[in-house]
Design a protein around this ligand. Structure first.
Ligand code: SAH
Length: 345
């Protein structure tokens, strides 16, 4: 059985042609499964009985199952989802004043081994399939519908467990379904992919023709420190990463956001801010400062507020566009860097 949620529209059109159906069937199915959220082929009454039978025999519409659900005091929801092979992943819903944001995982575990991140404490088992990526958003939408309000996911960030560019093709198809007018119809500017800096992925992404936001986890302003915090830097050092960013800006005509976690006494000093400003000079990038979220096994500490604001001031004085990331769900380990699919049942 093939999961119908695993097809982008162009791929579903191809599939329809390959089984002797007309191309328009693909759009017809998209409208049913995404716009109308029909999950039962028998209820697709505008489709001929014989084709419905064919669909039933060959396709399924399965979503990940909710294994546990936690709700934070700030309204953030964290789901532990069970996949068909019983692997588990975490997905988070955050409520901002501008909309509801799904933070989705891209892999089961992560191999990037960043020193400050809980996700890297687990080895990667595998990348998520397109239907598992999308399933996270669909399950959250179903949950919101059950809660009986009009709230729907309006924004998606691929910032959960895993490295999206390590699962490039599936993440791109997932984004195409999110973005498709008869798919979930989420605007490209409401979708953000975050990478730890896989240079080939950034260059490839520059040519996707999508207006999706790109965020890059930077976290250090020199190679010596970044090598320690993010082992991926040994493969793609800062000069290569910055070249890729400039390439992306030129080819895609879009600016990136640099994410920078402030770790007390490690990368939060005045010199670090000055070095960061000169590193990104000449790019159009924004900097998003992230307060470090505690991870039990890790020894890093959060910078105090004064240090954070000093750091921000220095960047601003140097003409850098900078914001501080708002925190969600720290009390249920749902904040940045805290995802790890802990099985709490
Ligand atoms: N692998 C991708 C996607 C994960 S995004 C990437 O690295 O970008 C997760 C974001 O949370 C990244 O910016 C990451 O650096 C940040 N993060 C990781 N651990 C954190 C922690 N303990 N506190 C705050 N942010 C953290």
């Amino acid at each position: 059985m093939t999961n119908l949620y695993s097809f982008s529209l162009p791929k579903l059109e191809e599939k329809m042609l390959s089984i002797g159906q007309k191309k328009f069937r693909a759009t017809q199915l998209f409208k049913r499964i995404y716009e109308k959220n029909v999950t039962d082929f028998d209820l697709m009454s505008d489709i001929s009985l014989s084709f419905r039978e064919y669909l039933k025999e060959n396709f399924c519409l399965t979503k990940p199952k909710i294994f546990t659900k936690q709700v934070s005091s700030d309204g953030t929801i964290k789901l532990l989802l069970e996949l068909e092979d019983s692997n588990k992943i975490e997905t988070v819903l955050m409520r901002y004043n501008y909309g509801s944001v799904a933070c989705v995982s891209s892999e089961v575990g992560c191999n990037m081994a960043c020193a400050f991140c809980a996700s890297g404490l687990l080895k990667k088992k595998r990348g998520l399939t397109v239907d598992e990526l999308l399933g996270q958003v669909l399950v959250l939408n179903d949950l919101l519908k059950l809660e009986n309000n009009d709230e729907r996911i309006t924004h998606v960030v691929v910032m959960g467990t895993g490295e999206p560019f390590d699962n490039y093709d599936n993440v791109m198809d997932f984004i195409r379904i999110l973005n498709a007018p008869h798919g979930l119809a989420i605007g490209a500017r409401h979708i953000t992919v975050s990478t730890c800096g896989l240079v080939e992925g950034i260059k490839k992404y520059a040519h996707e023709g999508l207006q999706i936001n790109l965020a890059i986890s930077l976290h250090a302003s020199n190679d010596e420190l970044r090598n320690k915090l993010m082992p991926i830097n040994k493969k793609y050092p800062l000069n290569e990463l910055m070249d890729a960013v400039r390439y992306y800006e030129k080819e895609a005509g879009r600016r990136v956001t640099f994410e920078y976690i402030l770790l007390k006494g490690i990368n939060d000093q005045k010199e670090n801010a000055l070095e960061l400003a000169s590193l990104i000079k000449g790019t159009l990038a924004y900097v998003n400062l992230i307060p470090f979220n505690p991870v039990k096994e890790l020894e890093y500490n959060r910078s105090d507020n004064k240090t954070v604001h000093n750091f921000m001031d220095i960047l601003m004085k140097k003409g850098v566009n900078v914001t501080i990331r708002k925190e969600f769900g720290t009390d249920i380990d749902a904040a940045c860097g805290q995802l790890r699919a802990k099985n709490e049942k």
